[in-house]
Design a protein around this ligand. Sequence first.
Ligand code: C2E
Ligand code: MG
Ligand code: MG
Ligand code: MG
Length: 285
Amino acid sequence: QAKRQGKNQYFVYNMELDKMASRRMELEKDMQLALTKGQFVNYYQPKWNADTNYPTGFEALLRWKHPAYGIISPDEFIPIAEETGMIVSMTRWVLEQACRDCVQWNKHEPEPLTVSVNLSVKVFDSKNLMDMVLFALERSSLPAELLELEITETIVMNNVTDVVNQLKPLQDMGITISMDDFGSGYSSLGSLDLIPFHTLKIDKLFMQQSHSPAKRAVVNTIITLASQLNLQVVAEGVETEQQLDFLKASGCQVMQGFYFSKPMPRDQLDEWMAALNRAHIQGIS
Ligand code: C2E
Ligand code: MG
Ligand code: MG
Ligand code: MG
């Protein structure tokens, strides 16, 4: 502890860039033990069905509770984990925890609620995906139909054949495959039908720019495209009632965003569901 403080003091005299580099190095070092120390936590954000006014499931979004830095966002530590290879054991942990949690929250639910896990391209490179998924499902006894895997379009487009070969058997088991952040990178529209996807998630960038008629036109086109390809569509980053109304009018029923809920830890999810169920009961009576 004293050693770390001394080191931090030294960096105070350096420039911002040095501080960032040192933080990165420290995170890289601390990450090795963070898993076994229990510093990683799955947060969960609901996917909201605006037709039924009820969630269809939750997306697992990883947080790192660092003893010195506090909660660190995945945008910061996932790239480090990808570089060091830690991402594979990290994903294994996220998957197992997510499957166990999903079994738990379904104990109190009449309708089955899914869980989604984000996958990095490095997990496809490691060739461990199938084993990891089978193990997580077996250990938790979660039905494969309740597990969803989210993959960004960039991952797929950079390596269509390999990724499709790994996804196909997972889909055959009943697992749902989603294309995450759709519209934010390069996707070849010509390859879309080659990929075993069930869901397109419209990148939150489109909601952030939904005041623009051109962006709204693109969203409408994605929704139409999805329906013609028999794909589900989910909008990400919904923050306002106007965005919700626009999406409903455009034929998109499932959405995620701070308007419904921020990602929350497991115990808060239970409270959130309990409050929702109370509201539904009151709404009926
Ligand atoms: P993502 O999978 O596209 O997740 C959506 C991100 O948008 C999440 O950020 C979520 O908190 C945020 N978000 C949700 N609703 C809103 C909203 O209404 N407004 C705004 N401004 N943001 C919203 P988060 O949790 O920081 O995660 C960032 C990214 O990190 C994720 O993007 C995903 O690519 C990656 N990630 C998170 N957990 C994991 C993981 O376990 N494994 C891997 N490989 N990647 C992960
Ligand atoms: Mg995602
Ligand atoms: Mg996304
Ligand atoms: Mg993203």
